[in-house]
Design a protein around this ligand. Structure first.
Ligand SMILES: [Zn+2]
Length: 154
């Protein structure tokens, strides 16, 4: 048994990956290349999953793991990732690899922002960046942009 913790595989900034072309400021360890089909939500998950699988396989090699049985992910709501699409892509990309058949656990992280007007925190629902208390739009995202492999079991 071995377990690897906290491998971030995407370092994009809040919101920028939401149905947009892969950005040049993407500086994650695994470049997924420019997206050829901007605007297609499925491409978003496919690109993310490809990066995820690349890192998993690299980590598995580094830890001399023979197979990966379970992967735990933390995915911020701001990433706008469709869990089912992620699971589907994961199954496709891991076929024939040592992660084939691994269970995927996706833990969503709520998007939370702090209001600069009143100092209160609130959950951002559907990209609505406005303080529910004072209606200010001067808010800063403090949580929900996460995207990492929390751990995997081998
Ligand atoms: Zn406020």
């Amino acid at each position: 048994m071995s377990s690897v913790r906290r491998q971030r595989w995407d370092a994009g900034h809040a919101g920028v990956v939401h149905r947009t072309r892969a950005r040049s400021n993407y500086y994650g360890p695994e470049r997924v290349g420019p997206s050829s089909a901007a605007g297609e939500p499925a491409m978003h998950e496919a690109a993310l999953t490809q990066g995820l699988v690349n890192i998993l396989l690299k980590e598995a090699a580094r830890h001399q793991v023979r197979s990966i049985t379970l992967v735990r992910l933390k995915v911020g709501r701001m990433k706008a990732v469709e869990p089912q699409a992620l699971v589907f892509c994961f199954g496709a990309f891991t076929e024939g690899t040592l992660a084939e058949g691994a269970e995927l656990i996706i833990e969503p992280v709520p998007a939370v922002a702090t209001c600069r007007g009143c100092g209160g925190d609130f959950e951002v629902i559907k990209f609505h960046f406005q303080c529910p208390r004072c209606q200010s739009r001067d808010v800063v995202l403090i949580q929900g942009d996460e995207l990492y492999i929390e751990s995997f079991d081998a």
